[in-house]
Write a protein that binds this ligand. Sequence first.
Ligand code: NAD
Ligand code: DAU
Length: 373
Amino acid sequence: MSSRKLKNILVTGGAGFIGSNFINYLFGMSATGEKAFMDSGFTGNIVNVDCLTYAGNLENLAQVEEKFGGKRYFFEKVDICDRAEIERIFKQYDIDTVIHFAAESHVDRSILGPEAFVRTNVMGTFTLLDVARTYWNVSLDNPRDDVLFHHISTDEVYGSLGKTGYFTETTPYDPRSPYSSSKASSDHLVMAYYHTYALPITLSNCTNNYGPYQFPEKLLPLMISNIRDGKNLPVYGEGLNIRDWIYVEDHNRAVWQIVNDGKTGEKYNIGGENEWQNIKLLHKVIELTSAEVGKSAAEVEKTIVHVKDRPGHDARYAIDCTKIKKELGWERKMTFEQGLSMTVKWYLTHPDWVNHILSGEYKNWINRNYSDR
Ligand code: NAD
Ligand code: DAU
């Protein structure tokens, strides 16, 4: 049972990869069948605010919409930078909890066009914080413990690690890309609203997520769909950069635990304790995907192309998640073997979802911006 009494939760970015997995998980519609709501005794409502950028896709939530739409689940196509609309939503649904996923999330796009990242990640987060502060009427003179703003962030705010060491909650911020610096700015605003206005907040910084519904511009779904389609597999530089991978539902369970039981004003690191060099991970994905689609792994290996490296490419991310384990008893449930195999199968058995994305605006964007894929 939860220690916070949540009633009406505003989830931002709920049509994106992690946000839609979060809503599916809450309502028991995810691949693993976990039912966070039922298990935690939550009986309130979810309001999903998403302006449906290229990354937002309501197909991800079709089952939730069908079963709970208009009853416990409500969708609002609204931009988080639109203050008047955000104020209306707080009032109309009497929001007491915000779980803020909405963001521009792709590092490569932030290098090609940083403005959208500053707008959504900085101004959008500011708008939500400020509407929450005013609607909830909180201040140092009027503190409250019956409302909460949870901000979802990334390990990229900590910068780049060398061969050893881990990011902890006290690692100084050192963002390198327009994406990570916009997320760092949003984290700072969140902490500022806590210290200055007593806005009850929690914050989480997570490593690379993988799982169903991830937009195929990100490494894993991109490689799986390119293997399926016989396309080249673009590896940035030598492929020696290291990322720490976590199954999306393990991340979302951590978020749900923080929202229910996390300490107000605290930040929590969430990680997979599962580091992979990009090139080694790609070999693994080739092995799994080739077997599923009846291709020879040796032939698919030949389609790897080493392309121009990402500017400012962070060498290594790795998270120390001792705090959330110790304080909230959070544990990962998915092994990487199982999660990766499920994920490969998911993309291959959902061709309509993948093809729909690959055929539209995304295809034009790729053609406009890249000549090497
Ligand atoms: P995503 O790009 O798949 O989804 C983002 C969602 O936000 C989309 O549905 C989009 O339509 C919506 N959105 C964007 N701008 C908006 C705006 N101005 N108003 C309303 N909605 C808007 O992103 P994701 O990978 O699901 O990431 C979700 C959050 O988790 C982000 O805050 C990201 O920084 C963070 N995060 C992601 C990862 C990862 O591996 N993907 C890891 C750690 C943290
Ligand atoms: O660490 C958390 C972050 O993980 C999140 O905050 C971001 O929202 C999310 O996009 C992700 O960022 P990355 O840049 O790590 O993810 P991406 O999938 O873009 O790239 C993973 C690694 O693979 C990275 O080292 C770059 C490399 N890469 C990526 C692509 C798309 C390639 O070599 N080739 C590619 O085509």
